[in-house]
Design a protein around this ligand. Structure first.
Ligand code: BES
Ligand code: MN
Ligand code: ZN
Length: 504
C-alpha cells in the first residue's frame, strides 16, 4: 500500500476510484472540509440534520457524489474528542475497508487537518491488518472476488506546519512493519506438510539474505554434539528432524550485550505420545507462531535499519508420536545440565525453549531475554483472546513490555511468578518435572519451568500467546480466520522505543 502526504493548497488528482475521508468527533459538527464545494457541504449537512450521522465511535456515513471527479465522501465517526486513543482509530479502520470494498474505492484522500498526526500510524495499521488474506492454496476460480478492489493508496492532507518528509518516513516504517506482519501471518498459516523445521529455516534464511541479518543452523548432528538434548528429545518422534535456527542482527563485538528473542517453533504439535484429541488439532500447525514472531521482529528491525543488537534463537521441532518418540517418565539431561522428568509429552514447548534460553546465555551474554510461545491452553482459560500472558523476573522489563502492549494494541497482562509456585514442578526422580499437578495454574507453571533456566537473574520475560496468536474475535482488524502475527508489532515497537542506540 502506498501512503503519501500533501499540504492543503496542493492540487489533488482525483479519479473515479478515489474518495474523500473525513474523521469526525462526536457532535463536533457541522462537518467542514475545504475540499467540499458549498453544494456538497449542504448535502452532507442535510444528512446530518436528518440524524443520519453523529460522529459516534464506529459510525460511518458514505455520501456518494455524482457531479464530481471523485466517488464520494466518507464521514468516519471517532466518538468523543477527549476519549480518542490509537486503538480506537486502529479498530475503526475496518469500517473504511468495508466501505471501500462496497464502493470500489482504491484511494482515500484523508482530510487530516483537524486531528492529530499521532493517529496516522494506527489508521494505516488497522487498514493493512484487516485487508490481510491467505489464498495461496486456492485455485484462481476460488479466490475471493473482492480481492481485486483492495486499497492501494492513502493520501493524507495535513496542515501546512507539518513536516511532510518526517511523516513520510514514519508512515513508511509503519507500512514496512505491517508488510512484515502479513508475511509472518502467511508463514504461521502454512500447513505443516509444507512447513517443517527445515522449510521454516529455509524460508528464514531466504528472506534474511538481502538484509543485514546473519543466520546459521544447528542441525540434528550439531545439537547432539553440543548436548541440546531437550530439543532433540521433543523432535525424536518425527521424521522431520529438529534444528536450532539462529538469527544475528548487529552482533559484532563480544562485549556488546544483545537483546535475545526466543520463539517456540513447533511446526506441528500432536501432543506426542500424550496425543491431543482430534477436535481442532489442525490449529496446532500454528504452534510455531512464537518462532514466526521472532523472525518477523528481527526482519522488521533489519528492514528499518534499527541500531540495536539482537540475537534470535528459534528451536524448531515437530512433536509426533511414534516408535522413537519421547515417552512419559523419560528423563532428559538438558543443555543446561539440569535434568527434567517428562510427565507429559504435550508440554513440549517449554522443553525446547529451555535449551534455547541456555544456548542464548552460553553464547551471547544477552542483556535481556524475551521468549514468545503458544505455550498453554490454560492461558486462553485465564485471559481469553484479548490479551497475552506476561511472566517476568524483572519489573522494569515488565513495565516496558506492558506499555508497548498498550501502544500497539497487542496487550499483555502479568501473572505472578512467586517462589511458592516452584513447588509445583518438583519431581521425584529428576531436578524438575515438565508439568505441575493437573491443570493447576498451568500458564504460571510454564513460566516457572522456564525461569529455572534463566541464569544470574538476567532480566527475562515470557509471553504466552496461546490466546492471541489466532482465533481472535471482536477486534475488527483481526476479525477473520487467520493467525494474527501478534507480537511482531509489540516487540518491534518495544525494541525501537527502549533500545535503539541512535535515532534513525
Ligand atoms: N501448544 C500447546 C498449547 C496450546 C493449546 C496453545 C491450545 C493454543 C491452543 C502446548 O504445547 C500444550 O499442549 N500445552 C499443554 C500443557 C499441559 C500438558 C501442561 C496444555 O496447555 O494443555
Ligand atoms: Mn503441546
Ligand atoms: Zn505446543
Amino acid at each position: 500500500m502506498k501512503v503519501s502526504f500533501i499540504h492543503p493548497q496542493s492540487t489533488i488528482e482525483w479519479n473515479w476510484n478515489s474518495a474523500l475521508l473525513i474523521p469526525v468527533f462526536e457532535n463536533i459538527l457541522p462537518v467542514e472540509c475545504s475540499l467540499l464545494t458549498e453544494e456538497q457541504e449542504l448535502i452532507v449537512q442535510a444528512l446530518i440534520d436528518r440524524d443520519l450521522f453523529h460522529g459516534k465511535e464506529n459510525e460511518v456515513l458514505f455520501v456518494p457524489f455524482t457531479n464530481t471527479l471523485f466517488a464520494g465522501t466518507l464521514l468516519l465517526g471517532l466518538g468523543p474528542q477527549d476519549k480518542i486513543h490509537s486503538e480506537k482509530v486502529r479498530r475503526t479502520s475496518a469500517k473504511i475497508v468495508e466501505c471501500g470494498k462496497a464502493n470500489k474505492i482504491k484511494e482515500w484522500i484523508c482530510d487530516w487537518t483537524k486531528i492529530s498526526i499521532d493517529y496516522i500510524p494506527p489508521l494505516i495499521e488497522g487498514i493493512m491488518l484487516c485487508q490481510y488474506t491467505f489464498e495461496q492454496y486456492k485455485s484462481p476460480d476460488n479466490l475471493q472476488k473482492d480481492k481485486k478492489t483492495s486499497l492501494v493508496q492513502l493520501t493524507f492532507i495535513v496542515s501546512k506546519e507539518q513536516d511532510i518528509s518526517h511523516l513520510q518516513k514514519q508512515s513508511q516504517q509503519t507500512v514496512t512493519i505491517c508488510n512484515t506482519v502479513s508475511m509472518i501471518r502467511s508463514l504461521i498459516c502454512s500447513p505443516a506438510n509444507e512447513l517443517t523445521p527445515q522449510s521454516f529455516a529455509d524460508f528464514a534464511q531466504d528472506i534474511c539474505q538481502q538484509t543485514q541479518i546473519r543466520t546459521y543452523i544447528l542441525n540434528k548432528k550439531s545439537l547432539e554434539e553440543k548436548g541440546l538434548n531437550s530439543i532433540l528429545a521433543v523432535g525424536k518422534g518425527s521424521k522431520n528432524e529438529p534444528l536450532l535456527l539462529v538469527l544475528e542482527y548487529n552482533i559484532s563485538s563480544q562485549e556488546e550485550k544483545p537483546l535475545s528473542l526466543i520463539g517456540k517453533g513447533v511446526t506441528f504439535d500432536t501432543g506426542g505420545i500424550c496425543l491431543k484429541p482430534r477436535e481442532d488439532m489442525q490449529d496446532m500447525r500454528y504452534d510455531m507462531a512464537g518462532a514466526g514472531v521472532v523472525l518477523g521482529t528481527i526482519y522488521a528491525l533489519a528492514e528499518l535499519k534499527a541500531d540495536v543488537s539482537v540475537v534470535g534463537i528459534i528451536p524448531l521441532v515437530e512433536n509426533m508420536p511414534g516408535g522413537s518418540a519421547l515417552l512419559p517418565g523419560d528423563i532428559i539431561k538438558t543443555y543446561s545440565g539440569k535434568t527434567v522428568e517428562v510427565l507429559n509429552t504435550d508440554a513440549e514447548g517449554r522443553l525446547i525453549l529451555a535449551d534455547a534460553i541456555t544456548y542464548a546465555q552460553k553464547n551471547y551474554s544477552p542483556q535481556r531475554i524475551v521468549d514468545m510461545a503458544t505455550l498453554t491452553g490454560g492461558c486462553i482459560i485465564a485471559l481469553g483472546h484479548f490479551s497475552a500472558g506476561l511472566l517476568s523476573n524483572n519489573d522494569d522489563l515488565t513495565e516496558e513490555l506492558v506499555r508497548a502492549g498498550q501502544e500497539t494494541g497487542e496487550r499483555l497482562w502479568t501473572l505472578p511468578l512467586w517462589e511458592d509456585y516452584d513447588k509445583l514442578i518438583q519431581s521425584d526422580f529428576a531436578d524438575i518435572a515438565n508439568i505441575g499437578p493437573k491443570a493447576e495454574a498451568s500458564t504460571i507453571v510454564g513460566g516457572v519451568f522456564l525461569k529455572q533456566f534463566v541464569e544470574n537473574n538476567i532480566p527475562w520475560a515470557h509471553i504466552d500467546i496461546a490466546g492471541t496468536a489466532w482465533g481472535v474475535k471482536h477486534i475488527p482488524y483481526w476479525d477473520n480466520k487467520y493467525p494474527t502475527g501478534f507480537g511482531v508489532r509489540l516487540l518491534t515497537h518495544w525494541t525501537l522505543k527502549n533500545y535503539k542506540r541512535n535515532t534513525g
